[in-house]
Write a protein that binds this ligand. Structure first.
Ligand code: KG4
Ligand code: ZN
Length: 375
């Protein structure tokens, strides 16, 4: 089919009369029948990632983590951009190798334009722009937060569902963002609630840091929490109007609680690690799901998705399934590799933009903050 359509397109472009018009009419047909190959590049924070996508299928998705930040208890922006510079070429080469795709087969290069760390974003953006320029193909700029959500549309042979039906609500929870997003179509996103201070991922990471665990603490709290009693300790939930969140008060009460207990028993954290992790995890998940349920009621929506790094949390994933039973929701939970930062989500977003002819330009600057519209 691909060859037939190509041949048809070539014959038409050669014809002298009406050639341009007919070519333009057939362009969408060509796009529909040919496989589209997109290279995705993600470098918004501390993971350098490249992925190759054929239509909605991921052929390769490589992530190079940066261990250099561990010693500092958080991401050091300057070190992150230097590590991206070292990683970007080998990661892209390996992504193409694993996908068994030659760079000349690519139709476009999609990259994360923001939000994120400017220095980190610049490395991915500069590489994507020059790579696309050298290949003579379009570049496509992608918003990182939209991409976390659109990861649900990556096709998966073992998954029965083809992604959430519109409109749906997506709880997008990462290290820098916590948002309830109303998604009306692939390009219509409205934030209906968001954190007014710390993100949910930050709440996990800060609680872990207070307990003396290394960065990033979220996955460690998850692991420890599986062995603990989640009702061992109680921490207050914030009282914030609407569908907004707040996590900074919880962090402070966790800090004060431990400070007091440590006065009486300096082994308190060591002796109660699992119970502490399970208890703080329970309250974070409860806060997240309570507002999500309220928003779902208000908007009358039963298609519910989660996305972002914190959507890898096992307690959140299980609690969402329980809530779905209670509320009559259909829920969409990403595969683990598409929760934390990855270039597959950038490639799928690039694919949808490519189909619309929504290309970027060499002049586009990167941006640090999300421009997603709010209700
Ligand atoms: O989406 P992401 O990889 O990067 C940002 O865009 O920020 O999210 C990273 C965040 C970190 O705060 C990390 O601790 C958290 O996601 N995270 C988790 C888990 N895995 C990653 N938090 C709780 N449980 C997990 N299993
Ligand atoms: Zn992210």
């Amino acid at each position: 089919m691909e060859n037939t359509v190509n041949a048809a397109v070539m014959r038409i472009t050669r014809s002298r009369t009406k050639s341009l018009n007919i070519f333009l009419i057939l362009l969408p047909v060509r796009k529909r029948f040919m496989s589209i190959y997109i290279l995705g590049i993600e470098s918004s924070c501390d993971d350098t990632s490249a992925a190759v996508l054929r239509d909605r299928e991921i052929l390769s998705n490589l992530v190079a983590n940066q261990d250099v930040h561990r010693a500092f208890g958080g991401v050091v922006p300057e070190l992150a951009s230097r590590a991206h510079q070292q990683n970007i070429i080998p990661v892209v080469e390996q992504a193409l190798d694993r996908a068994k795709i030659h760079k000349n087969q690519l139709h476009a290069v999609a990259f994360t334009r923001g939000p994120g760390l400017l220095g980190s974003l610049l490395v991915g953006a500069s590489f994507a722009k020059s790579f696309a320029l050298s290949l003579g193909i379009p570049i496509i700029d992608v918003d990182h937060m939209e991409a976390h959500i659109l990861a649900h549309f990556i096709s998966d042979p073992v998954k029965v569902s083809d992604g959430p039906a519109f409109p749906f609500l997506c709880l997008t929870v990462s290290g820098g963002h916590t948002q309830i997003v109303l998604v009306r179509d692939h390009f219509d996103f409205t934030i209906v609630g968001r954190t007014i201070d710390d993100a949910a991922g930050e709440a996990f990471d800060k609680a872990a840091k207070i307990m003396g665990l290394p960065y990033p603490g979220g996955p460690l709290i998850d692991k420890l929490g599986r062995e603990g009693n989640e009702n061992a300790f109680h921490f207050p939930e914030p009282d914030i109007p609407g569908f907004d969140y707040s996590f900074s008060g919880l962090k402070t009460s966790f800090l004060y609680f431990l400070r007091d207990r440590l006065k009486a028993d300096e082994q308190f954290i060591e002796n109660n690690k699992a119970d502490l992790a399970a208890s703080i995890q329970r309250v974070i998940v409860e806060i997240l799901l309570k507002k999500l349920a309220q928003a779902a009621e208000k908007y009358g929506i039963r298609e519910i998705a989660i996305a972002g790094g914190v959507s890898a949390n096992s307690r959140l994933r299980n609690a969402l399934i329980d809530k779905a039973g209670e509320m009559g929701w259909r829920v969409y939970i990403p595969k683990f590799e598409y929760c934390t930062d990855n270039a597959a989500m950038i490639a799928i977003t690039g694919y949808y933009k490519y189909l619309r002819g929504d290309y970027g330009s060499q002049e586009l600057p990167v941006y640090a903050r999300s421009g997603m519209k709010m209700i």
